[in-house]
Design a protein around this ligand. Structure first.
Ligand SMILES: *[C@@H]1O[C@H](CO)[C@@H](O)[C@H](O)[C@H]1NC(C)=O
Length: 410
C-alpha cells in the first residue's frame, strides 16, 4: 500500500469512527469527547450483543449480561488494609468490605451500599462498584456491606426492594453489628441511581418499622430514581438523549422492574398514565408537582405535560406505579419526617436530576436536614467514572465530595 492510500484509509476510518461516536451534547457537560467515547463503546458492545442475538448465538436476556460482563466481574480480593468476603445476610448475598486499619475491638462506622443499573444490571462484583466500596471502606475506615440483590427480568418489584430490606435488617441487628465491630449509632444507607431508589425506599421502611431497633444515621443518595409518574419533568425533557441514561431507557427499566407490559412505553412517555381524568392519581401527582417543587432556574422554559385524557388501564394493570416502596418520592409527609438526614447528589445533565431535587425539597418541608450536592458539568453515572480507564474529572470530584460528606456526617 502506498503512503497516500494508507493515509486515505486512515482518514476514512477516523471520520467514520468520529461520526459513529459523535452525539450532540450540552456545552457545559464535563469532558464531552471522553463522554462520547465511553457512550460509543457502550453502544458498540450493546450492538454487538444484539447482532449475536440476531444470529442466534445468545439469548435475549444474555445481551445485557454480555455487556455487563465486558466491564469485568472481580473476585473478593483482600488487600493489606481491607478484608473482602462474600457471604449471605438473611438469605441475600452480600459482599462485605472490612477496613483492618483499626485495632480489633474498636468500633467502626458501617455503610450499606446498593449499586445502580436500572434494577436489571450491575453487581457488587463489577469493577467500578467493587472499587467504590473498597474506597469507601478504606477512606472511612468502615465496614461496607454491598448488597447483591436479585435483578430484573429474573425477578420484579418488590423482590429487589425486599432483598435490600432483609439484608439491611440483618446487618442492623445488635449481635451482627457487634460481630463486625460496627458502632450502632453510625450506620449509613447509600446507593446510586436504581440503588439510590432502593436506599431511599429502605431508609423509609427502616425509619418507621418498630421491629427494627437500630436505625440508619444518614442516607446518601447518588442521582436516585424516585418516581414514575412524570416522565416529562424539565430534566427528563432537557436530557432525554444525554448519555449515560436516555429517557426511553429509564422508562424501559421502570417497565421491567414493575413487570409491566413493554407496550406501555409510549403511553408512559406521554404521561398518559397520570392524565387528568384519573382521579386516583390526584394526590400522588401533587407530590411530583415540579411547578411548585423546583426553582424557576431549573424549570427554565419547560412546560408540564398533562394529558386531559389518558390510558386508565395502565394504573389498573401496574398498581406499583403508585407504591412508595417503588417511588419513594410518593411517601406521605409523616413518613418523610422520620427518615434520616440526607445527602442527595444530582447532575445537571441527567434525566433524574429533578427526581433528586424534588425529594430534597419534600424532605426539607418534612423537617429533615438535607445536603443537596449539585454538579453543573455532571452526567448520569459520573460517580462510577472516577477510576481508570474511564476517568472523568467530574467523576473524581463528585466521588470525593460524597465520601467527604459521609466522613463528616456519619
Ligand atoms: C393516550 O391516551 C389517549 C386518550 O385515551 C389515547 O387516545 C392515546 O392513544 C393514548 N396514547 C398512547 C400512546 O397510549
Amino acid at each position: 500500500m502506498t503512503m497516500k492510500r494508507l493515509f486515505a484509509v486512515t482518514l476514512i476510518l477516523t471520520i467514520g469512527f468520529a461520526y459513529y461516536i459523535y452525539i450532540p451534547l450540552p456545552s457545559t457537560v464535563s469532558e464531552p469527547w471522553k463522554l462520547m467515547l465511553v457512550a460509543g463503546t457502550f453502544r458498540a458492545v450493546m450492538q454487538m450483543g444484539t447482532v449475536a442475538h440476531t444470529l442466534g448465538l445468545i439469548r435475549d436476556i444474555d445481551v445485557l449480561s454480555v455487556v455487563v460482563g465486558t466491564f469485568g466481574l472481580l473476585g473478593p480480593e483482600s488487600s493489606e488494609n481491607l478484608r473482602v468476603s462474600d457471604t449471605v445476610f438473611a438469605g441475600v448475598e452480600v459482599r462485605v468490605y472490612q477496613s483492618t486499619l483499626r485495632e480489633v475491638g474498636e468500633l467502626k462506622r458501617g455503610v450499606v451500599y446498593i449499586h445502580g443499573g436500572g434494577w436489571a444490571l450491575g453487581s457488587t462484583r463489577s469493577g467500578s462498584y467493587d472499587l467504590l466500596c473498597r474506597k469507601l471502606a478504606e477512606d472511612l475506615d468502615a465496614v461496607v456491606v454491598s448488597v447483591e440483590y436479585r435483578l430484573a427480568p429474573g425477578v420484579h418489584f418488590p423482590v429487589p426492594y425486599d432483598d435490600v430490606l432483609q439484608a439491611s435488617r440483618h446487618f442492623l441487628r445488635p449481635e451482627v453489628l457487634t460481630q463486625y465491630s460496627v458502632d450502632p449509632d453510625r450506620v449509613a444507607v447509600s446507593g446510586d441511581s436504581a440503588g439510590g431508589n432502593l436506599a431511599a425506599a429502605v431508609a423509609q421502611q427502616v425509619a418507621i418499622d418498630d421491629s427494627i431497633a437500630i436505625k440508619f444515621k444518614v442516607q446518601a443518595l447518588i442521582y436516585p430514581v424516585l418516581q414514575a409518574l412524570d416522565f416529562n419533568t424539565p430534566s427528563y425533557q432537557e436530557n432525554q438523549n444525554v448519555p449515560m441514561l436516555h429517557r426511553t431507557v429509564m422508562v424501559q427499566f421502570w417497565l421491567k422492574y414493575l413487570a409491566a407490559d413493554p407496550e406501555h412505553l409510549h403511553a408512559l412517555l406521554l404521561n398518559n398514565h397520570t392524565a387528568q381524568d384519573q382521579n386516583q392519581v390526584a394526590s400522588a401527582r401533587a407530590k411530583v408537582d415540579w411547578v411548585r417543587l423546583l426553582p424557576p432556574s431549573v424549570q427554565k422554559q419547560y412546560k408540564p405535560v398533562v394529558q386531559p385524557r389518558g390510558s386508565p388501564r395502565i394504573l389498573e394493570e401496574v398498581p406499583a406505579l403508585l407504591d412508595p416502596r417503588a417511588s419513594p418520592l410518593l411517601a406521605e409527609p409523616d413518613i418523610l419526617a422520620q427518615v434520616p438526614q440526607a445527602y442527595i447528589l444530582t447532575c445537571e445533565h441527567d434525566v433524574l436530576r429533578d427526581d433528586g431535587l424534588m425529594y430534597g425539597l419534600r424532605l426539607q418541608e418534612a423537617g429533615v436536614t438535607v445536603t443537596q450536592d449539585h454538579y453543573v458539568g455532571g452526567f448520569h453515572g459520573c460517580v462510577t467514572f472516577a477510576f481508570w480507564p474511564t476517568y472523568f474529572s467530574v467523576g473524581m470530584h463528585s466521588m470525593q465530595n460524597y465520601i467527604a460528606w459521609l466522613d463528616k456526617n456519619l
